[in-house]
Design a protein around this ligand. Sequence first.
Ligand code: HEM
Length: 460
Amino acid sequence: MISREDVPDRTYLRTRATAPGPSGPQMLLSLREIRRDPLGFLQRMTRDYGGVVQFPMPSPATYLVSDPAAVRHVLVDHSRAYDKATVQYRSLSLVTGEGLLTTSGDMWRRQRRMVQPAFHQASLDAVVGHADRATAALLCRWGDVSRGGIIDVDEAMMRVALETVGASLFGTDLSADADRLARSTIEALDVVVSSAQMPLRLPTWAPSQRRLRRAMHELDVSVDAMVSMRLHDPRPPIDLLGMLVAAARGDDPIPLREVRDELVSFLVAGHETTASALTWALWLLAGDPEAQERAAAESRSVFVGGTATMADLDRMPWIRAILDETMRLFPPVWLVTRRAVADDVLAGREIPAESLLIMTPYIAQRDSDVWADATAFQPERFVGQCRGGRDDDAAYWPFGLGPRMCIGRDFAYVEAMVVLARLLQHVRVARIPAGSDPRAVPLVTLRPEGGLELLVSRRG
Ligand code: HEM
């Protein structure tokens, strides 16, 4: 049933109000709150106005959708009626081009089929080894922290995640090109994200636009070098890059541009996300010594010798629960957007074609009607029931829902479990006395503002 009673009789220039929400002046008064605590603002909007909130934007009509049935409708049951032609994905595609992350429709379906084999079981076995080696290298770089050292774990997790993704998907041990590729991707994303937050379009000579052009040039040079090395490799490894290069040489060849776009897309999607989950897990464990000691004991009992294997991971339910609980409180991908392709109705509200829908797992995953003691870190809620694996559970969806759910979910779990278990086997983390809590800033992923320093010491 379409409900109208509580919808203000308003239009925002040419856009009619079809759902409750703040007025223009109320929105202006909230600007400071939006800047200071954007996620808290979205939570408050849902509390004040309900599961479908309309913002006073002229065009396109913009809605915050948090009603679980409506989220499932958009992402799972009627996913074909919604695409990714949104301002968020358009900004990302300035860097990624037309890769799996940002495309829609037939092009997306073809791309997903093409890259899917790179995420099968055999590839996950390889991820275990790559994550293990990247963590060993990190522990080696940390050296002797027996009496404790202050370390930016955010930076460290970014590097471990980059090395794991680079080695697993592109078969590179971070050669100069892959290193440059990562740096320029991050630099380009930085510019794109900060200019997306700026309402005015900057001229192309502005310093930030010059930075973007430089970073994009570096990106293209690095990808070209990686691809051309592979094209001349007589025995290329079977990984994502190998699959893309084979597709570029096949009977119905994809253009080299698409190989580049796919590589950058996977670097963007698979690097900072896992790093964010690991960083927040370390922060939460640093504040909960009991949970940390239990994790250390679990990893010591499982990793009895040599290198980690896939079978080890099944015997680490506590480490897995820590990651599930971390991503409940700090979902790395905090924002998911869609465009309505045609008119629709969500939770009784009319949604005109072309509307922008904003969704975030952050609201559902901190909903106190669903989660007891919702803001507390309690990994035990996930022991014996790993929720992070269903594609229709709108109460917990850090990896998205429906057909566009994260293709790298198992990859991310494998990597994060190995890294976390291996680290806790060797070191203890603690918060810096009298240090302040990190502010979670929602950029491309949810990150601690200015990095995250912890006291790290070797276990005896
Ligand atoms: C903790 C780590 C990760 C989290 C929380 C995460 C989360 C997500 C979410 C929420 C989506 C859906 C976005 C939407 O529907 O608009 C997504 C899509 C995607 N993710 Fe992940 N991701 C993670 C790690 C990875 C890794 C390791 C890879 C690759 C190695 C990856 C590759 C992708 C790709 C390519 C897509 C687009 C899939 C498609 O549209 O078909 N992600 N991810």
